[in-house]
Design a protein around this ligand. Structure first.
Ligand code: AMP
Length: 422
């Protein structure tokens, strides 16, 4: 049999890497819970009709959905984000008290072109507020995201903000009938560059003048510049909302991280208001993105319900943190290896039981190996301490604790003393 590899765009996470990933997920979860968000879990696959709903994710993402039929002939697909399932849950459970604040951390799948930071199976960590139309909800989402990054140890990052309605009304004011096509072209700016955006806009049927106006508009990077370009009531309204989101961010003390940028549209089509995207360092892929999607729940058969949220890309966070040496964790979470020498199995098991009871993670040999081999394994795994029990120690009821790094040994009488040492 040839050896099998993981399918293209997917990865295994061996224990050392998995430990680092888990520490990132634990931090995210604890920040989300501190802000009062509660967990929600939904299936990995959903009805194809839900995932491909018109004005849901949109045409671009539809091409990337892993589609399949089950044995009963039902059309299904793997979820490509955690927002569509949330909207389905809200549509089906209108009784949930509002605001409904939930977090979700889980796998999603997209048939993307695999490359650095781009996978076909990846994890997202989301927080969303359902039920509030207010800009303070958008600001809270951005503030949770900022706090999560600060707690993870990021010092510099940038949250770019825009509002779909500003761009939408600007594009309409130019006489463009289908703004969605324009959004799709603009969304390619970072990946493909300005020339490509121009060519896509021309392909979408826009005239040279319209293309120039749009390119000028998406170069706007400040609220002052934006204010000078406001031409309709709809734009003025959206601008006022963006102003209040930015003012609220000041209240959180996070305004240094946030800046307006009209080139930001976000790929998914369900956004209806403010949109945001987070990056650490120029030229890097986004580590998170989100925005307001007030139409999605109704679109999926629920009551009209406003909602806003953000999604972190876990792989991208972890990849950057590893590259920047922000995740220097011990190789293993095991603190002690209980090593037996001679006929001492009962004493080894008893010591391990007491250590676990004291909250100390430990393991012992299950391969009938001699002391030398056991200690080789302890070194290979990077367990920091060995508790050596020979026949003498077993008889006298004492423990020999060896610090594997320094080789120093201490004779101890109780598990409490061990707990103090490590
Ligand atoms: P989206 O759901 O497209 O708004 O993306 C939210 C976040 O998911 C992005 O900011 C990325 O961090 C992450 N992400 C999106 N696509 C991928 C991918 N193919 N591989 C890894 N992370 C991704």
């Amino acid at each position: 049999m040839p050896k099998f590899q993981t399918p293209r765009g997917t990865r295994d996470f061996l224990p050392e890497k998995m430990t680092r990933r888990q520490s990132v997920l634990d931090t995210l979860r604890s920040v989300f819970e501190k802000w009062g968000y509660e967990p929600l879990e939904t299936p990995a696959f959903e009805d194809w009709a839900l995932l491909s709903a018109k004005q849901g994710g949109g045409e671009e993402i539809k091409k990337e959905i892993f589609y399949f039929k089950d044995k009963g002939g039902r059309e299904l697909g793997l979820r490509f984000d955690l927002t569509i399932p949330l909207a389905r849950v809200i549509a089906n459970n209108p009784q949930l008290p509002k605001p409904f604040k939930r977090y979700a951390i889980g796998r999603v799948w997209r048939y993307d072109e695999p490359q650095a930071g781009r996978y076909r199976e990846f994890w997202q960590a989301d927080v969303d507020i359902v039920g509030s139309p207010e800009s303070e909800a958008d600001a809270e989402i951005m503030a949770v995201a900022c706090e999560a990054l600060l707690v993870l140890g990021f010092e510099q990052f940038e949250v770019r903000v825009s509002d779909r309605r500003i761009l939408d009304s600007f594009v309409k004011s130019l006489g463009v009938k289908e703004p969605v096509k324009v959004f799709r072209a603009i969304d390619k700016l970072e990946k493909a560059g300005e020339e490509q955006v121009r060519s896509e806009l021309r392909k979408a049927g826009l005239g040279a003048g319209q293309v120039t106006e749009i390119m000028r508009f998406i170069a706007v990077k400040s609220m002052e510049q934006l204010r000078s370009l406001v031409s309709s009531d709809e734009m003025r309204e959206a601008l006022a909302e963006l102003d209040s989101v930015l003012a609220a961010m000041k209240g959180y003390g996070y305004s240094t991280y946030v800046r307006a940028d009209m080139s930001l549209v976000r790929g998914l089509e369900y956004y209806t208001g403010p949109v945001f995207e987070i990056k650490v360092g120029a030229g890097r892929l986004s580590i998170g993105g989100g925005g307001r999607y007030d139409g999605l729940i109704q679109l999926l058969g629920g009551k009209a319900t406003p909602a806003t949220g953000i999604s972190f890309g876990v792989e991208r966070l972890v990849d950057i943190m590893e590259a920047e040496k922000m995740l220097e964790l011990p190789k293993t979470k095991t603190s002690v290896f209980v090593a037996g020498a001679g006929d001492v199995r009962p004493a080894v098991l008893k010591a391990a039981k007491e250590l676990r009871r004291a909250g100390i993670s430990c393991e012992y040999d299950v391969m009938q190996r001699d002391l030398g081999k056991q200690l080789q394994y302890v070194n290979a795994k990077g367990v920091p301490y060995a508790l050596i029990i020979g026949e003498k120690e077993a008889k006298e009821g004492i423990y020999r604790l060896r610090n594997m790094k320094t080789g120093e040994e201490k004779l101890l009488k109780t598990v409490e003393e061990i707990a103090q040492m490590i």
